[in-house]
Design a protein around this ligand. Structure first.
Ligand SMILES: Cc1ncc(COP(=O)(O)O)c(C=O)c1O
Length: 400
């Protein structure tokens, strides 16, 4: 069965592989049960096993992140964020978020998203000289636009988020501060990124990225915000919770509370740093000049190859990345100038900082081959990738 996966090794994806225990929980009969409502307050009977599972997930989420309230029912990160709008804003209200091309997420008020169509999205960005979030711009926009909600956190942000600074701005303009830690939740849980607690009013996160859980999401908050958030998720936006996912979230939260997870989170960051350094040494242009977290955003403009061309060539070399806009990108989002890479998957497969120069070398040669269309060079990289990754199998894949 392993051979079915071939040499194709998605080792560079942002999202790590779920542990076997998470995959097992996701595949249980819990998915057969409807349970609209919350533990002890359901619209269906027969919740003798469901209520304890959801309560366990809630308690584990609260304990792991140190929050007073947790809702573990959002189907994924996007509906979780939409629930926040439903809880705290009216259609047409202004929301301030990092704009998509600067590294923010669609659901932070970008025009093509429901959040940008039903609300008035205003976007902040990064400074052109440093590639870091421009907090002066955030403050100026907040004072001028008086947003109801401010989002911080993003989808292509390689640096630490200064939650305290955002909280100060939100307080000044009486906005609800939402820290979207979808990408970095596992780093926060593992102590490898500062926590948004107690700065943010609401913390929104997916559970399937660095947290290594199933595809799902959570909303965390102080007790004072519990009611509007719960009502927004159900009955405001969703119907029955996905109980198999809830069980898998509970499993992932248990794993994330173990000391080994702290090691994992720190290893993810150490690998990203080592990879960034190795890329810089090979002349790559990195947005913000490096990374503090799990993510590296490469601007390929100087390499003379568009992000999509590079990403497709790397795919043929057995290396999965995604083409991504870079701040102030002169190219279109569907054909941007950059590629985005992350180290959670590599780290899940047991690679360490000692392997990162080789990874950077593959990327270097792969991008060069993309520019010249050298398929032989890509095939050679693919063979090297397959050899190393065969010694580091992906967790959760069948081994025989
Ligand atoms: C910061 C951020 N928020 C929200 C989401 C949305 O999550 P989902 O894709 O599960 O809807 C993502 C997904 O990439 C994200 O990066």
């Amino acid at each position: 069965a392993r051979a079915d996966y071939g040499p194709y090794t998605p080792g560079f994806d942002i999202v790590p592989y779920g542990d076997l225990a998470v995959l097992e929980a996701t595949g249980t009969v819990l998915q057969n049960k409807y349970s609209e409502g919350y533990p002890g307050r359901r619209y269906y009977e027969g919740q003798q096993n469901i209520d304890p599972v959801e309560t366990l997930a809630i308690e584990r989420a609260k304990a792991l992140f140190g929050t007073e309230h947790a809702n573990v029912q959002p189907y994924s990160g996007s509906p979780a964020n939409l629930a926040v709008y439903l809880a705290f804003a009216e259609p047409g209200d202004t929301v301030l978020g990092m704009s998509l091309p600067m590294g923010g997420h669609l659901t932070h008020g970008w025009g093509v998203s429901a959040t940008g169509r039903w609300f008035r999205g205003v976007g902040y960005g990064v400074r052109p000289d440093t590639g870091l979030i421009d907090l002066d711009e955030v403050r100026d926009l907040a004072r001028k636009e008086r947003p109801r909600i401010i989002f911080c956190g993003g989808t292509a942000v390689p640096r630490t988020i200064d939650f305290a600074a955002f909280a100060e701005i939100a307080r000044e303009v009486d906005a609800v501060l939402v820290a979207d830690i979808a990408h970095i939740a596992g780093l926060v849980a593992g102590g490898a990124h500062p926590s948004p607690v107690p700065h943010a009013d609401v913390i929104s996160t997916t559970t399937h990225k660095t947290l290594r859980g199933p595809r799902g999401a959570m909303l965390l908050s102080r007790a004072t915000h519990a009611k509007p958030l719960d009502r927004a998720v159900f009955p405001g936006l969703q119907g029955g919770p996905h109980n198999h996912t809830t069980a898998a979230i509970a499993v992932a939260l248990h794993e994330a509370a173990r000391p080994a997870f702290r090691d994992y989170a720190h290893a993810v960051v150490a690998n990203a740093r080592a990879l960034a350094e190795a890329l810089l040494a090979r002349g790559f242009d990195l947005v913000s000049g490096g990374t503090d977290n799990h993510l590296v955003l490469i601007d390929l403009t100087a390499r003379g190859v568009p992000g999509k061309v590079a990403a497709k060539a790397l795919d043929r070399a057995g290396i999965v990345v995604n083409h991504n806009t870079v701040p102030f990108d002169p190219r279109k989002p569907f054909d941007p100038s950059g590629i985005r890479i992350g180290t959670p998957s590599l780290t899940s497969r047991g690679l360490g900082t000692e392997h990162m120069p080789a990874v950077a070398d593959w990327l270097d040669r792969g991008v060069a081959a993309a520019r010249t269309g050298d398929e032989d060079a890509l095939a050679a990289i693919r063979a090297e990738v397959a050899e190393l990754m065969a010694a580091h199998p992906a967790p959760g894949l069948p081994l025989d």
